[in-house]
Design a binder for this molecule. Structure first.
Ligand SMILES: NC(=O)c1ccc[n+]([C@@H]2O[C@H](COP(=O)([O-])OP(=O)(O)OC[C@H]3O[C@@H](n4cnc5c(N)ncnc54)[C@H](OP(=O)(O)O)[C@@H]3O)[C@@H](O)[C@H]2O)c1
Length: 322
C-alpha cells in the first residue's frame, strides 16, 4: 500500500502520522499523480490547527509528480506527463494522489521537480501579489514582512527585478543576510526595532507604497503606519494570528487601501491560471524567481518540517520528498 501523512485531529506537529493508505483511484476527469516532491507551506499549519476540519485528512496544498493513470474523459494531460499543482484542499502529503486534471499545470522540462515544488504555490502567489493585487511599478517602494521566508525571498527578488525599492523585515541577522542576497535593502530586525519608524527613516519621511504582510496580528496595524499617502496594505497571511479589527477612519487618514487576497481565487479561472503559469515560468528563466530548495525532508518526517517552520527556524522553502 502507498504511504501518506494522515492527521486524525487538530493539534501540533505530533498529529501528523506516516501510515499506509489505500491507493487512490482517479474518477471521471481525474488523474492519478505519483508525487516526487511536495511543497511545505504555512497554510498547511493553519489547516493542521483547524478544529473545524473533518478528520481524518491528508494535509498538503502543493505537489509535483508524474501522471500514472487517467480516469475517463481526461483531455489535458496524459500518462507520463510531469505536472504540478497548488490546491485549496489538502491531500498533497502522500505518495499518490488523485485530483481533477483542471488543477494541474504541465511542468516545463527545464524546471526540476523539487524546484517546481517551491513555486507552484509561492511563485504563483508572488505573481498575483506583484502583478494583480497591486501592479508594482519601477520606482515604487515596498516593504516585505518575513523577507527571508519562502514567500518573502520570492517577493523580494521579483520586486527588485521589476525595479522596485525593496525594504523588508526579518527576525535574525542570518535571515537579514538571506534577504539582502535576494535584493532586500537594509532588512529591519522587527523583533528589536519599530519597523514603521525605521521604514519612515529609510524613505526620508515619505514611507512605503505597498506593504506585503503575511504575519497578521503582530504587524498589521503598524503596517498601516508604515504606508505613505495612497498606500496599499496587502494582508495575505497570518503567521502570528488574525489581525485585530481596524476602522475605515484609520484608512481615511492617508487614503489607504487594504486587500486580503487568496491564491485560489486567482487560479479558479483556468485562463488566468495559465497566464500566471506563463509569467512564473518566464520569471524563473530570467532569474527573477529562483526556485531554491533550502531544506529537503523525507515525507515521513513532515512533523519536523512543520515544527521548524512554526518555530521560525527556516529560511526560504522546504520540500518533502516521498
Ligand atoms: N494569501 C495567499 O494566497 C497566500 C499564499 C501563500 C502564502 N501565504 C502566506 O504567506 C505567509 C508566508 O508563508 P510561507 O509558507 O512562505 O512561510 P515562511 O514565510 O517561510 O514562514 C513564516 C515566517 O513568518 C515569520 N513569523 C512572524 N511571526 C511568526 C509566528 N508567530 N509564527 C511563525 N512565523 C512567524 C517568520 O519569519 P521571521 O523569523 O523573519 O519573523 C517565519 O519564518 C503566510 O502567512 C502564508 O499564509 C498566503
Amino acid at each position: 500500500m502507498p504511504k501518506a501523512i494522515v492527521q486524525q485531529a487538530a493539534g501540533g506537529p505530533e498529529v501528523l502520522t506516516y501510515q499506509d493508505v489505500p491507493m487512490p483511484r482517479p474518477g471521471p476527469g481525474e488523474v492519478l499523480v505519483r508525487h516526487t516532491a511536495i511543497g511545505v507551506n504555512f497554510v498547511d499549519i493553519y489547516r493542521r490547527r483547524d478544529t473545524t476540519a473533518k478528520y481524518p485528512l491528508i494535509p498538503g496544498a502543493e505537489g509535483v509528480g508524474v501522471v500514472e493513470a487517467a480516469g475517463p474523459g481526461v483531455r489535458l494531460v496524459k500518462t507520463g506527463d510531469r505536472v504540478g499543482y497548488a490546491t485549496r484542499t489538502g491531500g498533497a502529503y502522500a505518495e499518490y494522489r488523485a485530483l481533477p486534471e483542471g488543477a494541474l499545470i504541465r511542468l516545463p522540462p527545464d524546471i526540476a521537480d523539487d524546484a517546481a515544488a517551491t513555486i507552484l504555490l509561492k511563485g504563483f502567489t508572488a505573481e498575483y501579489l506583484l502583478h494583480r493585487t497591486h501592479a508594482v511599478r519601477a520606482g515604487e517602494t515596498i516593504l516585505v514582512h518575513a523577507a527571508a521566508g519562502g514567500m518573502g525571498l520570492t517577493l523580494c527578488r521579483w520586486a527588485r527585478a521589476i525595479g522596485a525599492r525593496v525594504l523588508g523585515t526579518v527576525s535574525t541577522p542570518e535571515k537579514a543576510a538571506a534577504a539582502t542576497a535576494a535584493g532586500c535593502e537594509s532588512p529591519i530586525l522587527y523583533t528589536r526595532e519599530d519597523f514603521a519608524a525605521r521604514a519612515k527613516e529609510l524613505t526620508g519621511g515619505r514611507c512605503v507604497d505597498v506593504v506585503y504582510d503575511g504575519i497578521g496580528r503582530a504587524t498589521f496595524l503598524q503596517s498601516l503606519d508604515a504606508l505613505a499617502a495612497l498606500g496599499h496594505l496587502i494582508s495575505y497571511g497570518q503567521a502570528s494570528g488574525h489581525p485585530d479589527p481596524f476602522t475605515l477612519t484609520q484608512l481615511a487618514a492617508k487614503s489607504l487601501t487594504v486587500s486580503r487576497p487568496t491564491l485560489f481565487d486567482y487560479t479558479a479561472d483556468r485562463a488566468r491560471y495559465d497566464d500566471m503559469a506563463v509569467r512564473v515560468f518566464d520569471a524563473v528563466r530570467r532569474g527573477w524567481v529562483q526556485p531554491t530548495v533550502q531544506r529537503r525532508i523525507a515525507l515521513s518526517d513532515a512533523a519536523e518540517a512543520h515544527r521548524a517552520l512554526e518555530a521560525r527556524e527556516t529560511i526560504g522553502a522546504t520540500v518533502l520528498i516521498p
